[in-house]
Write a protein that binds this ligand. Sequence first.
Ligand SMILES: Cc1cc2nc3c(=O)[nH]c(=O)nc-3n(C[C@H](O)[C@H](O)[C@H](O)COP(=O)(O)OP(=O)(O)OC[C@H]3O[C@@H](n4cnc5c(N)ncnc54)[C@H](O)[C@@H]3O)c2cc1C
Ligand SMILES: *[C@@H]1O[C@H](CO)[C@@H](O)[C@H](O)[C@H]1NC(C)=O
Ligand SMILES: *[C@@H]1O[C@H](CO)[C@@H](O)[C@H](O)[C@H]1NC(C)=O
Ligand SMILES: *[C@@H]1O[C@H](CO)[C@@H](O)[C@H](O)[C@H]1NC(C)=O
Ligand SMILES: *[C@@H]1O[C@H](CO)[C@@H](O)[C@H](O)[C@H]1NC(C)=O
Ligand SMILES: *[C@@H]1O[C@H](CO)[C@@H](O)[C@H](O)[C@H]1NC(C)=O
Ligand SMILES: *[C@@H]1O[C@H](CO)[C@@H](O)[C@H](O)[C@H]1NC(C)=O
Ligand SMILES: *[C@@H]1O[C@H](CO)[C@@H](O)[C@H](O)[C@H]1NC(C)=O
Ligand SMILES: *[C@@H]1O[C@H](CO)[C@@H](O)[C@H](O)[C@H]1NC(C)=O
Length: 627
Amino acid sequence: MRQSLRSSPTFWLTAFLAVTSSASPIFSGSDVAQLVEDLEELPATLKDIYVSGSSHPAKNETRRCKVYPGDLEWPSDEAWEKLNELTDSRLLTKPEPKASVCYNGPSYDAEKCAGLAPIWSRSYTHMHDPIEMMSPVAQGMTCLPPNVFDSGNCTRGGFPMYVINATEPKHVQLGVNFARNTGVRLVVKNTGHDFLGKSGGKDALSIWTHYFKSIEYIEDFVDEKLGYSGPAFKAGVGVQAFEIYKAAREKGRTVVGGEGETVGIFGGYIQGGGHSPLSSLYGTGADQVLSFEVVTAAGDFVTANSSSYPDLFWALRGGGGSTFGVATAVTVKAHPDMPTTAARFSFTSEKIGNETFWAGIRSYVDYFIPNADAGTYAYFTLIPNVWTGIFTFNMSPFFAPGKTLEETEALLQPWLTRLSDLGINVDPNITHWDNFHDAWRSSFPLETVQKVNATTGSRMFPRANFETEEKREELYRNLRQSSENNRVQVHFNIKTVDPDNADNAVNSAWRPMILFAQQAVRWPVNATAVEKLRIRREFQEGDMQRWRDISPGAGSYLAEADRLEPNFGQAFWGDKYPRLLELKAKWDPQDVFFATTSVGSERWKVETPDGLPNENGKLCRVQSAPS
Ligand SMILES: Cc1cc2nc3c(=O)[nH]c(=O)nc-3n(C[C@H](O)[C@H](O)[C@H](O)COP(=O)(O)OP(=O)(O)OC[C@H]3O[C@@H](n4cnc5c(N)ncnc54)[C@H](O)[C@@H]3O)c2cc1C
Ligand SMILES: *[C@@H]1O[C@H](CO)[C@@H](O)[C@H](O)[C@H]1NC(C)=O
Ligand SMILES: *[C@@H]1O[C@H](CO)[C@@H](O)[C@H](O)[C@H]1NC(C)=O
Ligand SMILES: *[C@@H]1O[C@H](CO)[C@@H](O)[C@H](O)[C@H]1NC(C)=O
Ligand SMILES: *[C@@H]1O[C@H](CO)[C@@H](O)[C@H](O)[C@H]1NC(C)=O
Ligand SMILES: *[C@@H]1O[C@H](CO)[C@@H](O)[C@H](O)[C@H]1NC(C)=O
Ligand SMILES: *[C@@H]1O[C@H](CO)[C@@H](O)[C@H](O)[C@H]1NC(C)=O
Ligand SMILES: *[C@@H]1O[C@H](CO)[C@@H](O)[C@H](O)[C@H]1NC(C)=O
Ligand SMILES: *[C@@H]1O[C@H](CO)[C@@H](O)[C@H](O)[C@H]1NC(C)=O
């Protein structure tokens, strides 16, 4: 049956079926046999709709924007209904933003609205939602609970219009094919944690990967080419940090994942690099990958590993999400579980004064290299308070995987002694656990999300910034200047060298890194669009540029960064960028996939009505795509 369908060159069929090059395998598996049967029964009316409504197979490359409602080519309701049928009724149509209960309209519910405000900044509130993302600034601020931010009324803004709640590769293939053949904008959403809001897109079709939740333990995974023989986990791409760490603990293992409790480990995190409480020992998240199962832009479901499509395998490990394909499962190395010690403490400038406070911070900078080299991950914040003039330092936590209590105390002692000599008395809570999972769970904060008036920029400061007294002084002065300019800083003293030296697309700037530094700029909640843009640009030209100036050639982390990061190709990928552009042209020549600041994204721009960088606008070309 498949044969006869493939040999009939029926035009409308190609709207759903994979376009396969001779080098690519055709669909495999029973899902696909079923899909082919379903397509055979498509009504003739739908066929006509496809013929007139899409530009397949010779896509009109001159179309300036993706296809939007109101365009002649926008798929009919019937076409969307058929997509729903083919995806086992998993297509959600116009899902309402969560805060729609707060605004006039059919969903209005005062009680539900009142319940939202207190939990709005928790990631758990949003992570099961088909469209919500953790950054409303990137969405366009069009529907928030009024107690958090008054949106005036509730519109979908930068949220997608249709969502496939995918649970099988077939659902993903159908979404990719539909978008490619109709020209509708495609987005991929997992948890929505990305700082830049890369899981959103106005009036797009979204493939929602959250419910790919399987976890399989493989006792002995062997890949001779990668030089790996050992335990592994094969996880669905919807698996989150708290889930994989728990599963690993049950097998006496750990895996490299984020510190953030609810981050999706096998989606944007792992494709974008990914730092971890275990990175100083094992490198980035992407360095752990042994294999991907992935749906390509052509709609093929393939394995990308060291021998099967090795170039795609290379690009997916660090090249960034929503660029080369939609992964459905990822196999990663598993490491032995280990006892872990963590310390938490804080101090403020309130009683000791500014100069003593900053002398304490300055003395800490001297220990960044030895602490990262010792395999630790220190997560600390520097918070200014513009009203009181008080600065706060929070170590939350100093995380020492594989270390005993005594070893951890010994590592911290030199700095704590200097603090005490300065008259800064801290009272560290140093706790030891016999396993990684419990240490992680008890030590890291659940970070707040949904900030309405802030954006974060980041820099990967290399070892060179810490090797001499002069350099450490310069770095310290620049952190202090940011605090004095009222920037909230979040830092990770960390090393991300892969001990196995994997050849992948991870930004080369990760390798010499000793400090992963973030700073956030804030603006008055009621600022106009023009003011916001001015503040954000000044931040890039000021505080961020100072950080870039003292770390020439270093980079920024693509998943924890600012949409306005200049020269993002260099910043997010360094010397890997030219090859990534070539692979983008090879694997997604039509730009089916797009995410802002992703590889090749400079060809496109979201045109927002107020000129702010967010998803609330049409995605249009800024120059003609390469032929
Ligand atoms: C509270 C918080 C804590 C964090 N902690 C850490 C941390 O400890 N370490 C760290 O490195 N980062 C951390 N991050 C950043 C995090 O890694 C990024 O937000 C990352 O993009 C999250 O990936 P996701 O798939 O969960 O998110 P999403 O925002 O849903 O997706 C991110 C990007 O990946 C794409 N994508 C998702 N799944 C797939 C897929 N299967 N195939 C193709 N593309 C896909 C999306 O289209 C999007 O472009 C944190 C972020 C937050 C908000
Ligand atoms: C291609 O798109 C352009 C611009 O939207 C339009 O003018 C033209 O008619 C289209 N051509 C075809 C063959 O659809
Ligand atoms: C509400 O939304 C409508 C439709 O998008 C828009 O025209 C109007 O200006 C909005 N009102 C407010 C108060 O934002
Ligand atoms: C998405 O699918 C999952 C798994 O079938 C289901 O549990 C969940 O309720 C669905 N979510 C929505 C919003 O449809
Ligand atoms: C890589 O994928 C191919 C195709 O699925 C498979 O035959 C091969 O065994 C895989 N390699 C490893 C090391 O698993
Ligand atoms: C400390 O510095 C801050 C910011 O520069 C300033 O507002 C504050 O007044 C200073 N505090 C003291 C006690 O000097
Ligand atoms: C120290 O931290 C541990 C782990 O988070 C916690 O259980 C304990 O109560 C803390 N001790 C004190 C004195 O705060
Ligand atoms: C940012 O918004 C928060 C409320 O969400 C508010 O408390 C804070 O003062 C605002 N910051 C500025 C600089 O306006
Ligand atoms: C924002 O609010 C502040 C304080 O209420 C006010 O002084 C300022 O004029 C407002 N700005 C705008 C643009 O409305």
